[in-house]
Structures are given as C-alpha cells and as structure tokens.
Design a protein around this ligand. Structure first.
Ligand code: PEP
Ligand code: MN
Length: 408
C-alpha cells in the first residue's frame, strides 16, 4: 500500500476494529472460527473492569511524573498464569509491589505510583513461531490467553475459550485487588493501577467501548496498555488500534529505534501532544544506552514532545547460560538502569519511572544480587512461564539501589 493512502487512513476512520485492515503480527491462528466469534461476542457483552475516573487519574499521575512530582514503578510477572489466579497469590503479588513502593517512596521522598503488570498480562509476543525439544517441534507458548505451557500438541493449539478464561481471571484479580486495597486503610488506593501489553487485538477491541460521559473510546479492560517492541510498526495493526483509545499508553523502545521513527510513532499515537498520554519505556541493553538515548532525548526535547520517560532494564539484557537456560544478570539490569539515569541527568531530562519483571517469591531465575544466585542454582526454583524475574530479595535490592542513586 502506498504511504499516502496509509496516511489518509490514519486520519480518517478509526473504530475498535479498524486495525483489521492493517498488517497484523503476533496474533494466534485459530482453527475454530465460529467458536472464536462466540467468545468475542461473549467478551463484548462483559462488564467493564476499570472506570473512566481511574483511567483519568492514572493519566494525571503520569503527567505529574513527567514534571518530576511523582515516580512510576511498573512491575510484575512477565506472564501471569491461570494457575496463579487465586486470592492468596494475587495478594502476595500486590503486597510485594506495595512493599517496593513504600521502600522507594521513603527513600526518594516523593509519591510512588504503582502500575502492576497484573490483572490481564496473559498474552506474550514471541520471537519464534516454533520450539523444538527432543526432536519434537511444536508452536511456542504465547501466554495463557492463547495456548498452554505444557509441551504437547493439544496444549500448544490456540484455543478461543482461553479468551473468556483470561477475562474471568482478570475480573477476579481486579476484585481481589480492590477488596485488599479497601481493607488496608492507610494505603492510598489511588496509587495502585493495572496494566498489560496490548497484544491480542481481538481481546482488546472487544473491551473497547465509547464513554457516554466524555465521548472517548476507552479500553475498559485495564488502566494502562503498552505497545511491545515487536509490534510497534508504524503501519501495523497494533499502532492503529492504540491510536484510537484514550487510555495512557506505554511504548517499549528497543536498540534499533531511530529518532525519526519514534517521532512518527508519537505523532500517530499522540497527535494532540497530550501530557500523560505516552510513556516511553527504554530497554536497550547494558552498554547501549549511551549510543541511543541521547539522540532520542535531544529530538524529543527540540520538538517539545510531551512524554514520560521510564526504563525497563530487563528486556534488553536476556541471555542464555551454557545449559540453555534463559536468564538475566542482576549486575546488567542495575547497570542499564544507572546508565539511563545518568544520561537523562546529563541531558537535562529526568527518568520518571522504572519497569521490572519481579516475583514476590524466592525464585531462582536471574543470576546475582546480594543473595548470590549462581547459574547452577537457576534450575532449583525456576517458575516463570516466560522471562526470568527478579526474586523477592533481588527486587528489594534493585529498588534500594534505584532510590539511593536517584537521590545522588
Ligand atoms: C515484556 O514486557 O514482557 C516484553 C515482551 O517486552 P518487549 O516488548 O520490550 O520485548
Ligand atoms: Mn517479559
């Protein structure tokens, strides 16, 4: 398609399904289309999980973060699972986030707003379509909303009924979080929000509704959505979907993002240059920040583009051990975060948020930290269905380091 045609499409007819005429990537293949349609209809008739007031208030805080008045802590599992959708597990994850929030808040002496990767983080983008184990090749696991983690052909088939289960689990999770926050007097319940990656577009558009109050299209399935590194193609379906909803959105920025590409993306996703609408989450990998971030900061500053800057020091630092286990080194994660803060400071900008993959438990998925997890220990308690998370101790350590460094 000619780019002029694409341009005119962008500025004309958005609706929750306009993405269907754009190139889609990372979407599941379903065999049973009538069952899929039935499930989508079921989702369309479902209740809202969040309110417009909550969406407006998180947007306000993201704007405050850009001004330096609050700090954003976005964290949680890489992939939530249906198995962990129970009251006890959800409260463990929420209270862990709150302990980190308090730790950071007391250290940096400004309010910290939590955005959990929770209550809907069920879809995963994958670099490969297939995975081979012991000479058997099957489709990759793409998150519980799509297929099963178990390595057999039945489990790895995309099942439309999982859309409903993901919604029901998200609904339960919201209920447990709301009950818990209400019970804990003294903790500001307006400082906890939920997020997930905007990946499964049929799911997201089924939960996208027009607010009769404001006349805005909102995704009522979560407060905050982010655009992943693998789906941020300017002419792609994910960008088309996200440009039409009014929730605040994050954009993951990898090492191959050019300043011009980023500016075009921001013009499409935030044409009115609203503060709080866009959070840029950089994830370059250790040692790469100095090469890439300064020119992005410079361009955004010169063009007066409104963004909130965050850093995800996890996703650029994935490695495989010699035994083939996916891990990340605590030292790399901390180093990227430190480099990012220094570069912001050197260029008259400031980092307003950080994004981590964490677990409240003593899992052994990332190497290092003061708890000295070694490569050989990784197999002891590796519970993640997808990327390796910082465990309880490692997450406290990084938050403590972060607070101390921000204060310097
Ligand atoms: C993630 O956040 O789990 C993820 C896949 O991130 P990215 O798109 O930055 O690789
Ligand atoms: Mn991840």
């Amino acid at each position: 398609m000619q780019s002029a045609q694409l341009q005119s499409k962008y500025y004309t007819s958005w609706h929750p399904y306009s993405w269907k005429s754009f190139a889609t990537v990372q979407q599941p293949y379903y065999e049973n289309i009538s069952l899929l349609e039935h499930c989508i209809l079921n989702l369309k008739n479902s209740i809202n999980l969040v309110t417009e007031e909550e969406i407006n208030s998180i947007k306000f805080y993201l704007h405050e973060a850009a001004k330096g008045n609050v700090f954003i802590l976005q964290a949680g599992d890489c992939a939530e699972t249906f198995l962990d959708c129970n009251n006890e597990n959800v409260i463990q994850r929420v209270s862990h986030l709150q302990r980190l929030q308090e730790l950071l808040q007391n250290n940096i002496k400004k309010p910290v707003i939590v955005i959990g990767r929770i209550a809907g983080q069920y879809a995963k983008p994958r670099s490969e379509f297939f995975e081979t184990i012991n000479d058997i090749t099957l489709p990759c696991y793409r998150g519980d909303i799509i297929n099963g983690f178990n390595f057999n052909s039945e489990s790895r088939k995309a099942d439309p009924l999982r859309l409903i289960r993901a919604f029901e689990c998200s609904k339960l999770t919201y209920n447990w979080i709301r009950d818990y926050l209400n019970l804990n007097i003294g903790i500001n319940r307006h400082s906890f929000y939920c997020s997930h990656e905007a990946l499964h577009l049929d799911y997201e558009s089924a939960l996208t509704r027009l607010s009769l109050k404001s006349g805005k299209w909102l995704n009522y399935g979560t407060h905050f959505l982010w655009l992943g590194e693998r789906t941020k193609n300017l002419n792609g379906a994910h960008v088309e979907y996200l440009r039409g909803i009014s929730n605040p959105i994050g954009i993951k920025i990898g090492p191959h993002t050019s300043p011009n590409e980023l500016i075009s993306l921001l013009k499409v996703l935030n044409p009115e240059n609203q503060m709080g609408r866009i959070t840029l989450i950089t994830r370059f990998g250790v040692g790469m920040t100095q090469e890439i971030l300064p020119s992005l900061l410079d361009k955004i500053k010169r063009l007066h583009i409104a963004v909130t800057w965050s850093c995800d020091p996890m996703h650029g630092n994935g490695q495989k051990t010699k035994h083939g286990i996916k891990t990340r080194y605590f030292q790399d994660i901390w180093q990227e975060l430190k480099e990012t803060i220094e570069i912001h400071n050197n260029y008259g900008s400031s980092l307003s948020g950080a994004h981590f993959e964490i677990s409240p438990f003593d899992v052994t998925e990332c190497v290092g930290g003061e708890c000295l997890i070694s490569e050989t220990q990784l197999k002891n308690k590796y519970l993640s269905y997808c990327d390796p998370r910082l465990n309880n101790e490692q997450s406290k350590e990084i938050i403590l380091n972060l607070g101390n460094f921000l204060n310097n």
